[in-house]
Design a protein around this ligand. Structure first.
Ligand SMILES: [Zn+2]
Length: 315
């Protein structure tokens, strides 16, 4: 019961427009007295008008992906967290948002709660499994990343396991890829907070470079790494969650976005670039239709990534 009251109070206290501003979602335009419309910041999407906000009723709705609800639902979707965690976040902001000050200052210093380290490590992972070679992953890369086939018991049984480390290099989870076509294609441990982790961030940060390449998948990341670009991270999907955005902008000044060359990848790149461009310079590397970084040869990757000239997409 106490939670009900708290939720309701938060919904009243924090204007949806302030949340949009806080997350730098500023491509929406006014339409009517209490309406904002624009491209959906959650799913990207082709439509320039699918995302509607009613600032008086304090609700939003996307007519394309179906997302919608209150400020709490919006924060939960952006942060990749539950409604309860969103409420906690909003109540932390409430005092800061009291005077609706611009979002630049205080909350930025607050650290993203990190994912707890795993208490175990899988044993007997075969880093020389032939699947790796079939995807163009060299034995040395597989060893370095600890990627291989796991035949033992449990959730990851009979899957290719990919250790996922946090920004400090601590193991926080595994991605388990099925090799026999069984669903889901990727499996993660229960409670694994994908939204708060970037695959390979600790190695990318250790290069000391100001530039990082951002890709979608594990294999994209591995192939770019093998091509000689150590400063590369994977989103583990095409969405950039707010905690992931913070991890990036805290460490890097330039971001090279190389998402998949299909329509969803291109739309996602536009959305992700917009979210990053307030803090970093962003360059989008467009790939040929329906190609993904992991399908490109090392030479092709080097060509697209080192291509000089051309302005950054956004500044
Ligand atoms: Zn949407």
């Amino acid at each position: 019961m106490a939670n009900w009251i708290e939720f309701a109070a938060i919904k009243r206290a924090v204007p949806l427009a302030a949340v949009l501003e806080r997350y730098r979602i500023n491509g929406l335009r006014r339409s009517g007295q209490n309406q904002l419309r624009g491209r959906c910041p959650l799913h990207g999407g082709e439509g320039r008008e699918t995302f509607h906000v009613n600032t008086a009723a304090q609700v939003f709705h996307c007519f394309s992906c179906g997302a919608g609800g209150s400020v709490l639902d919006l924060v939960a979707a952006i942060e990749g967290c539950g409604v309860r965690a969103a409420a906690e976040k909003l109540s932390e902001w409430r005092s800061l948002l009291g005077d609706l000050a611009p979002p630049q200052k205080p909350t930025v210093t607050k650290k993203t709660r990190s994912v707890p380290p795993l208490r175990f490590r899988l044993r007997g992972v075969d880093v020389r499994h032939p699947y790796l070679a079939s995807r163009g992953i060299r034995a040395a890369t597989a060893s370095e990343f600890g990627i291989g086939f796991y035949a033992g018991p449990g959730l990851m049984s009979q899957r290719l396991v990919i250790p996922i480390e946090d920004e400090a290099g601590r193991l926080v989870g595994y991605g388990g890829r099925s090799l026999d076509g069984s669903e889901p294609r990727y499996r993660f441990p229960a409670g694994f907070g994908k939204s708060r982790v970037l695959f390979n961030l600790h190695r990318a940060a250790a290069t000391g470079q100001a530039t990082v390449i951002v890709v979608e998948g594990f294999f994209d990341c591995l192939k770019v790494y093998q091509a000689g670009f150590g400063s590369v991270v994977a989103l583990m999907g095409s969405a950039l969650y707010e905690p992931q955005r913070r991890l990036l902008v805290q460490r890097f000044r330039q971001i090279v976005l190389m998402l998949d060359g299909d329509a969803p990848g291109r739309r996602a790149a536009a959305v992700v670039a917009a979210r990053l461009s307030a803090d970093c310079s962003v360059r989008i590397v467009p790939l040929a239709a329906n190609s993904q970084p992991d399908q490109l040869s090392e030479q092709a990757l080097q060509e697209v990534l080192e291509r000089k000239g051309g302005q950054p997409e956004t500044q």
